[in-house]
Design a protein around this ligand. Structure first.
Ligand code: FES
Ligand SMILES: [Fe+2]
Length: 450
């Protein structure tokens, strides 16, 4: 229980309570220090599999990747592989397993197939899951094939352009499980966005160390000092939603309050002005005016190009709304683009995880329209969305070229993992800037003990 008043930043004190920007009521998640075994122990990794990964709704991918009949992609989590496919009925999901002898049906991550032919004995299945042909069917006794074995379905639903699956027998209603207001993600019109980059890299820590690092801005000053000129890292609004969801609104286009100089329009701020379509050379305000100038310029651009930004608050036009959905997702939401990151457990090693990131761009025919620079798209990335790029995969130790900020995080994780292993470390001590971590762990504990 908090016995003292802790100052919480509020992005827009005038936001009406129904506004998505409104500060949510504080959630008292206590002050407990949790054990650390869950970061190392194979037994707890197995328990997470049974109680969390196989019971939760998980983001398998995005609707943009299943546009035409027959389009499919594979979602892999530990040693399960699931086919997401566009049938005549809509999006459906099946275990990527042949019922004959268990072979994986599909191995290529993405493609278009209306019929899946097993590589082992060439049984074939429609993409709606039903058995199509059995090779040499006359050589099978009726008793073994009379049930016409098809593919095993997985619960699958789309919400706001995102495709969720659940391996649970009776998953809870998806919207309730997400925990966010219905319009929260829908406002971004992710269903109209296109994937412009997809990178999967192996990181040297437990997946929860990854989630935690991206759920707070407390480390920005230390790990990412170059953000000081452009991110209000102490003015962050943290909000907790039901079922482990949470978000932080990080104001961008303003210097950190940790920095003495609050007036110079530094290089980073100039760059952000430029991105919004303001010529920094002609800008007459100080650093304190940049965030609002960005908002106004984006409104004007929306009016010019018909982007419908009336659906966004001013703050949404400038700030980062980093939004977490339990268990393993954070979405950096911006009107121009979203940055969807998933922290996927390693197949066997509790001290590794897969950091899977997709950048999706809203298609706009304007040469100055670009995703925020911090998303770290390499120079020359095709942002038209016309061609779905292949997933770039990097093993631990390889440089995934995710940009400076994410490289700094990737470099730090293994030393955090190692330090936590030490006999001296007793469990994490969280402040209120880390309230999302506590909120996540409260939900995790609830699920593990369910
Ligand atoms: S395992 Fe698929 S046809 Fe035999
Ligand atoms: Fe970071």
């Amino acid at each position: 229980m908090n016995s003292k008043m802790i100052p919480f930043a509020v992005i827009n004190p005038d936001a009406p309570p129904e506004s998505l920007e409104a500060k949510q009521p504080n959630v008292d998640n206590g002050a407990e220090i949790y054990g650390k075994d869950g970061y190392f122990s194979p037994e707890l990794m197995a328990q997470e599999w049974d109680k969390v990964w196989t019971q939760s709704w998980l983001i398998a991918g995005v609707s943009a990747d299943l546009q035409k009949f027959g389009d499919y992609f594979l979602f892999r989590i530990r040693n399960e592989s699931i086919i997401l496919t566009k049938t005549q009925e809509g999006v459906e999901a099946f275990y990527n397993v042949c019922p004959h002898r268990g072979a994986r049906l599909l191995t290529k991550e993405r493609g278009n197939k209306k019929v899946f032919v097993c590589p082992f004995h060439s049984w074939s299945f429609r993409n709606s899951g039903e058995l199509r042909t059995i090779t040499d069917e006359e050589t099978f006794q009726d008793a073994v094939i009379c049930h016409r074995p098809g593919l095993t379905p997985v619960a699958c639903e789309e919400h706001a352009g995102i495709i969720f699956i659940s391996m649970a027998d009776n998953p809870p209603p998806l919207k309730e499980a997400i925990g966010l207001p219905d319009s929260y993600l829908a406002n971004y019109q992710i269903d109209q966005m296109r994937v412009v980059r997809h990178v999967r890299s192996e990181w040297g820590s437990n997946w929860k160390v990854g989630v935690e690092a991206f759920y707070e801005s407390y480390h920005l000053h230390a790990v990412h000092p170059e953000t000081r000129g452009v991110m209000g890292d102490l003015n962050v609004q943290y909000d907790c939603y039901p079922n482990g969801a949470s978000r932080m609104i990080v104001p961008l286009g303003q210097p950190s309050p940790r920095q003495a100089d609050q007036t110079t329009v530094n290089e980073g701020l100039q760059y952000m002005l430029q991105e919004a379509g303001v010529d920094p050379a002609g800008f007459e305000g100080t650093a304190a005016d940049v965030r609002v100038a960005i908002q106004q310029a984006k409104r004007a651009r929306s009016d010019r190009l018909g982007l419908g930004y009336e659906r966004f608050t001013d703050g949404q036009l400038s700030d980062s709304w980093a939004t977490g959905i339990f268990p393993n997702v954070q979405i950096g939401c911006h009107p121009e683009a979203i940055f969807l990151m998933r922290f996927l457990p390693h197949d066997t090693d509790p001290e590794r995880f897969w950091y899977d990131t997709m950048t999706l761009m809203f298609p706009v025919n304007d040469p100055n329209f670009c995703p925020p620079a911090w998303m770290g798209l390499p120079e020359g990335t095709d942002v038209t969305g016309n061609v779905r790029p292949d997933t770039e995969t990097f093993l631990f130790g390889e440089d995934p070229s995710l940009g400076l900020v994410l490289s700094q995080d990737a470099e730090l994780m293994p030393s955090v993992q190692e330090g936590m292993r030490s006999k001296a470390f007793k469990g994490q001590i969280w402040g209120e800037q880390e309230q999302r971590l506590r909120h996540f762990h409260v939900e995790l504990e609830r699920r593990l003990n369910d």
